[in-house]
Design a protein around this ligand. Structure first.
Ligand code: F0G
Length: 352
């Protein structure tokens, strides 16, 4: 109860932060762990959604960015740089602004959702488009920050970001009073699944939870290197946030799967879109397509028998639906025009 201070202050003893550092926060974290009655009914499990689109910039990236930018400021960096499919760039731009630092973002040309681009523009970041994919952007970001030490790399290859993102696992355990049986996540660059697993393990090591969840990571079928066990050179998917062929946190992700008796699986764009529409139309939760892949994976796992009946399941929905208005309106009919007449309005409702 009371004022939520952001994830660094909420979990200061678990964060790589020194007492004298200035904390750069926008009040991230403390997001809803929302029961999902329709999904629970459909799967025979007790399903919760960790609604991380409720973060300040609309995605889970803020949990890591508060830590990465706080550390960058303390280290005397002048600028921050990231490669991004969109959400990291929106988050980096906002936190850099808050810290009084400059920010540049490297994004794949024409492949980032409109809302994310709007955020980077609004926060005054330099937007640098690359004729290539996310993997090319990340390579360039790494080389640039290696050559120019005044620029901080704030991708999840930065361990401080992983430490910040682990806060989501702490919150889930604090809210449930235990760990879930199964945790379903979308996987792109694989930083988040790495962070969650670290978070659960650290709570477990400290005796705060008795058991550990099985980690289920879901990739889009056209961008599923971890499922295939080899990088994908030309990743494709409608879920542009996870259009990634060579995940940087490959080892962390496979450790999470192996140590937790978990799995990786691929979900098709059709499965992603079906889960995306189900979440908004039946649960009242509007997420971006990549986020729906955790729920697409939940439904797939229920269908193929790999999800034990009665499990306590958490699906992280990583980003807000407003991030990608184009996909939301893809199959939408034109809004109808009605006469200025209460009867016409009421009869429109009866038809629903
Ligand atoms: N969901 C959303 C909405 C994302 O934006 C991302 C990654 C993921 C899931 C996957 O998380 O990479 O830790 O496995 N977005 C990054 C970005 C790559 O640049 O915004 P991951």
């Amino acid at each position: 109860p009371g004022h939520w201070p952001g994830v660094i202050e909420a979990y200061r003893d678990r964060m790589p932060v020194r007492p004298d550092w200035t904390v750069v926060t926008l009040g991230e974290g403390g997001t809803p762990l929302l029961p999902a009655p329709r999904l629970s009914e459909r799967t025979g499990c007790q399903v919760y959604l960790k609604v991380d689109g409720a973060n300040p910039t609309g995605s889970f990236k803020d949990r890591g960015m508060t830590m990465a930018v706080t550390a960058a400021l303390a280290e005397g960096k002048q600028s921050v740089l990231c490669a991004s499919t969109g959400n990291t760039s929106a988050s980096a731009a906002a936190y850099a602004t808050r810290a009084g630092m400059t920010c540049a973002v490297l994004v794949p040309q024409g492949k980032i959702a409109l809302g994310k681009l709007a955020q980077a523009v609004a926060h005054g970041a330099r937007i640098l488009q690359i004729d290539g994919n996310f993997d090319d952007c990340l390579e360039l970001a790494r080389k640039t920050t290696a050559d120019y030490p005044a620029i901080a790399l704030v991708n999840s290859v930065n361990p401080t970001r992983i430490a910040g993102q682990a806060s989501a696992a702490y919150e889930i355990c604090d809210q449930l009073g235990r760990a879930p049986d199964v945790h379903c996540l979308p996987v792109g660059n694989a930083g988040n699944i790495t962070a969650y697993w670290k978070g659960y393990r650290s709570y477990h090591a400290d005796g705060l939870i008795a058991g550990l969840p099985r980690m289920f990571g879901f990739q889009a079928a056209g961008s599923a290197p971890l499922v295939h066990g080899a990088p994908v050179t030309e990743p494709e998917t409608i879920a542009t946030a996870i259009r990634i062929g060579a995940p940087a946190s490959w080892k962390g992700a496979t450790a999470a799967r192996d140590e937790s008796d978990g799995k990786f699986a691929a979900v098709t764009d059709d499965e992603i879109l079906a889960a995306y529409r189900m979440l908004s139309a039946e649960e009242g939760v509007f997420v971006e397509p990549a986020s729906a892949s955790s729920v697409a994976g939940l439904l797939q796992s229920h269908g193929d028998g790999s999800l034990p009946q009665g499990s306590l399941v958490v699906c992280t929905v990583t980003g807000h639906g407003l991030k990608d208005p184009d996909t939301a309106l893809l199959t939408a009919p034109e809004p109808e025009v009605v006469p200025i007449d209460p009867g016409a309005v009421a009869s429109a409702l009866e038809l629903v």
